[in-house]
Design a protein around this ligand. Sequence first.
Ligand code: BDR
Ligand code: CA
Length: 319
Amino acid sequence: MEKIILDCDPGHDDAIAILLAAGDPRVELLAITTVAGNQTLPKVTRNALSVCAIAGIRVPVAAGVDRPLVEPQRVAEDIHGDSGLDGPALPPPAFELDGRHGVQVIVDTVMAHEPGTVTLVATGPLTNVALAMRLRPAIVERVKRVVVMGGAHTRGNTTPAAEFNIAVDPEAAEAVFRGAWEVTMVGLDLTHQALATDELHERVRAIGGEVSGFVLDVWEFFGETYRTVFGFRHPPIHDACCVAAVIDSAVFTTAKADVRVELRGEWTRGMTVVDFADVPAMRHGSSPGDFRTEVALELDWPRFADLVVGAIGRLSASA
Ligand code: BDR
Ligand code: CA
């Protein structure tokens, strides 16, 4: 079983990531920590608790940082609505928040487990993760790896150059990519292949029950905003791709790269500049042997879809 901490900002696709983590027997979800991103911290935290209530998930949930390190706060109301998870009915929490700060929960949880056994999955801005690195530098060599939904090697979705999670807190992202740990970057080039298609809707509809109904409502709202804002036919289930990769490493291909976050560009702040190992000009000055980031490239959609449907089926059966 792969032990994970899910640091997130639910968020429609974060909600599916939570369900996938809780509904697949190959993952042990140790804790959920929340960070300001798609909406303010109180809203995304409340959403995390509602998702847990819907699916009968019982893990520590802790609120982390309520704003980026340097940037003014920015939310994605146009995509995720006023609550951060508009669309489905959101039940009241079934249990209390963990009393600790989310950053402390990340540190405590990593330190409480054997070295190399906990994967940090980050599907919001990287503020909590960056602060956890600073609060307890020892976590950097202790975690197994960090799987980040963020960035892109072609184009952004918040500016032409920058993806939302990185654009919200570029300094935090740079700290995480520069850390001496293995990072898997699951950027837009990958997640835009992970679409909630009509086929996926039908398979989830066939499961029936409350969890399935919740997921369909999530995709309906998310689908509408993705149609309106980006002209997508189906919404991308970005964040669930990170959990899918922990469950099954064959769900996407990767290439080794060095990733730097642009912090100074007038038009490119928050861009992930990806130096693939096979590019001869080493613009970042390090050699491919030192590259620590795996950048996700090509999704095996049927494999991904099976994981999502399987998890929803299991949660529905046990609800
Ligand atoms: C990322 O930004 C958020 O809106 C989503 O939850 C995802 O983590 C996609 O750019
Ligand atoms: Ca997210």
